[in-house]
Design a protein around this ligand. Structure first.
Ligand code: SF4
Ligand code: SF4
Length: 164
């Protein structure tokens, strides 16, 4: 897995022009069965992906924390939301709460998340390849294929399954 993660940014870069063109066409004319196909591809890929061997998302990019996330996680630590914010978060250029740094402070050396049960919604949904109207997050997906080997494989499979 280490080798795969090391090579991923280069492989994603090589696909960038192709992906850009593909997603531009997808946005213009999304196939009727897009949600269904993405669900299938997502499930098939994650059936064979062991995130505990990877954790590259937690190591290289942090989630954003919604107010509901903050309240839930602060409660888990028996902290007041503001105290949790002061201790762990900062506000980024888009005015969102994000981690103060990466790797995520809640990631263990064994790649387990110490707040797994209460982790942010963005962590639960990453890499968003099973979300509805997938064509709407193409810019984000083009970034994620350089971080997440599963997202990379899903996009490659998608281009084969739904040629544009
Ligand atoms: S979601 Fe993707 S980047 Fe995150 S641990 Fe799983 S395979 Fe790795
Ligand atoms: S909160 Fe957990 S799942 Fe989310 S980035 Fe941190 S370690 Fe990963």
């Amino acid at each position: 897995m280490d080798e795969v993660i090391r090579e991923l940014p280069k492989r994603a870069q090589e696909k960038q022009t192709e992906n850009k063109k593909y997603f531009a066409k997808l946005k213009k004319k999304p196939p009727k069965n897009l949600d269904y196909v993405m669900q299938e591809l997502h499930e098939a890929e994650f059936e064979k992906t062991d995130c505990l061997q990877c954790a590259n998302c937690c190591k290289t990019t942090g989630p954003l924390f919604t107010n509901i996330d903050v309240e839930r996680i602060a409660k888990h630590f028996k902290l007041k939301p503001q105290k949790f914010i002061d201790q762990y978060l900062r506000i980024d250029e888009d005015n969102d709460y994000v981690l103060q740094g990466v790797p995520c402070t809640f990631l263990g050396a064994d790649n387990y998340c110490s707040i797994y049960e209460v982790r942010p919604k963005a962590c639960r949904e990453f890499p968003h390849t099973d979300r509805r109207k997938f064509q709407q997050i193409s810019n984000l997906t083009m970034k994620n294929v350089a971080i997440c080997p599963a997202a990379y494989n899903i996009v490659e499979a998608m281009k084969k399954k739904l040629p544009m």
